[in-house]
Ligand binder design. Structure first.
Ligand code: 5GP
Length: 213
């Protein structure tokens, strides 16, 4: 994976340097900690992200690039930036992605620079990405806060994945395989939220993000 540590060390130094305890400490603005929302496909991450975007425009949510084709209703530049393989590979090669992963036959990645800028400005910043991506962020940004969104039950996750009606049976089966592995990874995360209701998860996310600013 092409995860260059370019953004990391400067952020880690700036964020990790505790302010002098005495009076008269420089009023340098503290970098914010990146929050990452992850979890199995179909658990409702994108719904939570959309609701957060609607209710809390102060929380900036990264727009990923993907080689997946847009679903009905998706707008280029809003849910994703839709690119072809060639452009995606260029972004990887030039180190412009903070992390990237292949998921169910498509590639997804987080543009590095906008995230670096928001964090550098001390603004609440959120990624909504898959487990492989969350693991890369964990490695490259040690102070990132990793949040795992869990389904209320396995049956509910299967219902959500099969009920969306936009994917073929083969794609759903691949996503279920990935979801089984992803559920087992909850222990690697700093926090687990159970998606019983979008509103409740949003409230908990806002509390978490604010507590780490
Ligand atoms: P979907 O195709 O359903 O929109 O997304 C499929 C999966 O890709 C979801 O688990 C979603 O969280 C993940 N994903 C979206 N953007 C990114 C990204 O930039 N990086 C990574 N690693 N995963 C992403």
């Amino acid at each position: 994976m092409a995860v260059s540590p370019g953004g990391k060390s400067s952020e880690a130094v700036a964020a990790g340097g505790a302010a002098p305890s005495g009076a008269g400490a420089p009023a340098a603005r503290r970098h914010s900690r990146l929050t990452v929302l992850s979890g199995p496909s179909g658990v409702g991450k994108s719904t939570v992200a959309a609701e957060l975007r609607r209710r809390h425009p102060d929380i900036w949510i990264s727009v990923s690039v993907t080689t997946r084709k847009p679903r009905p209703g998706e707008v280029d530049g809003r849910e994703y930036r839709f690119v072809d393989e060639r452009e995606f590979d260029r972004l990887v090669t030039s180190g412009e992605l903070l992390e990237w992963a292949e998921f169910a036959g498509n590639k997804y990645g987080t543009p590095r620079e906008p995230v670096r800028r928001r964090i550098g400005q001390g603004l609440p910043t959120l990624l909504e990405i898959d487990l492989a991506g969350a693991r890369q962020v964990r490695k490259s940004m040690e102070d990132a806060v990793l949040v795992f969104l869990a389904p209320p039950s396995w049956e509910e996750l299967v219902r959500r994945l099969t009920g969306r009606g936009t994917e073929s049976a083969e794609v759903i089966e691949r996503r279920l395989d990935v979801a089984r592995e992803e559920l087992a990874a909850a222990g690697e995360f700093d926090h687990t939220l159970v998606n019983t209701s979008v509103e409740e998860v949003c409230r908990q996310m806002v509390t978490l993000i604010n507590s780490y600013q």
